[in-house]
Ligand binder design. Structure first.
Ligand SMILES: O=C(O)[C@H](O)[C@H](O)COP(=O)(O)O
Ligand SMILES: [Mg+2]
Length: 312
């Protein structure tokens, strides 16, 4: 057994609010679902910023660049500069820059990865559909041409996932020293409607790992790389930093791996039933998924915050 995350109440709100200076907030499932704002999440964060809290946006979603996220945040009413945004695509590009990578990257993913690599002067190939036309495998082998300059494979969310793209990625990964990087391994997107499940980036990464017969190096949460990148330009006190997320095996584990306070919201992937199952188990790995605090959704905080008044 382990304790459930604490609910934030009028009684404990003041001590909660005074316990952190910085917020790292996840995006999908906390702030928005695709382009749809979740409640008054923007008002909540803007109010926390008005109270002097520093806010960073830390997303595993690799489909957009930081510039794209600045535009999206502005459009949805959040206050964010490029420096406040950490995406898994940006962390991947920073990782290759720090490795002094000079070759080309084969990208299984979308524009976010390609743009962040370009920003670091790193060339890439891939990023578009490649569909099997029904020919024999030997025909495929004859037709597939590999780029001699590729020295890394980067897997992110790729809605054009295909047999040919996995074949190409795994073939590049046969090369001695070819780097194998993944933006993240989230199992599903935090949206569900009409009984449909939205496969997450994890299905792309695990597919290539199976064929390549080796694991990818994962850039996003729960890896602490995102926090290390933030700390390169800041000196946050982990104990006075609050990580807010909707997925416990990425966001909350990331917070714990970095020594942060953690708050889970139930507006995305995690449900109350999940929390009760993990709390009732004897498995320490399930206990590790339990956050310090819990809210139904981020703007529940507005019940205790007054967007117009400075807090006493
Ligand atoms: O499958 C994915 O890539 C994830 O569901 C998505 O990227 C999660 O984004 P986040 O919740 O970290 O903003
Ligand atoms: Mg999320």
């Amino acid at each position: 057994m382990a304790p459930l995350p604490a609910l934030i109440t009028r009684e404990n709100f003041k001590s909660f609010l005074e316990s952190f200076d910085t917020v790292l907030t996840d995006c999908d499932g906390v702030l928005w679902h695709e382009d749809r704002l979740i409640g008054q999440a923007h008002v909540t964060l803007n109010t926390l910023q008005a109270l002097g809290k520093k806010v960073f946006f830390v997303t595993n979603n690799s489909t957009k660049s930081r510039d794209d996220y600045v535009e999206k945040c502005g459009r949805l009413g959040f206050k964010a500069t490029k420096e406040d945004i950490l995406s898994s695509a940006y962390v991947l590009a920073q990782y290759l820059k720090q490795q002094g990578f000079q070759k080309k990257v084969y990208v299984m993913g979308m524009g976010g990865i390609v743009k962040e690599l370009q920003a670091e002067g790193i060339q890439s190939t891939g990023g578009e559909p490649e569909v099997y036309d029904g020919g024999s495998l030997s025909t495929l082998m004859d037709k597939m041409k590999l780029d001699p300059d590729v020295g890394a494979v980067a897997c992110g969310f790729d809605p054009y996932l295909s047999y040919l793209k996995v074949m190409r990625a795994a073939s590049y990964l046969e090369r001695p020293g070819c780097l194998f990087l993944a933006t993240n391994t989230d199992e599903r997107f935090p949206v569900a409607s009409k009984g449909l499940v939205y496969p997450g980036t994890g299905c792309v990464v695990r597919c290539v790992e199976t064929v390549a017969e080796r694991p990818a190096t994962v850039m996003g949460k729960p890896s602490t790389k995102m926090f290390s990148v933030i700390q390169e330009k800041n000196s946050l006190d982990p104990k006075r930093t609050l990580m807010i997320g909707d997925r416990c095996n990425t966001d909350i584990l990331f917070g714990k791996n970095c020594g942060l306070q953690t708050l889970v919201v139930l507006s995305g992937v995690t449900t109350q039933a999940d929390l009760e199952k993990w709390a009732a188990s004897d498995d320490p790995e399930q206990h590790a998924l339990l956050a310090d605090y819990c809210l139904t959704q981020l703007d529940d905080l507005l019940a205790f915050l007054d967007p117009k008044q400075e807090q006493c």
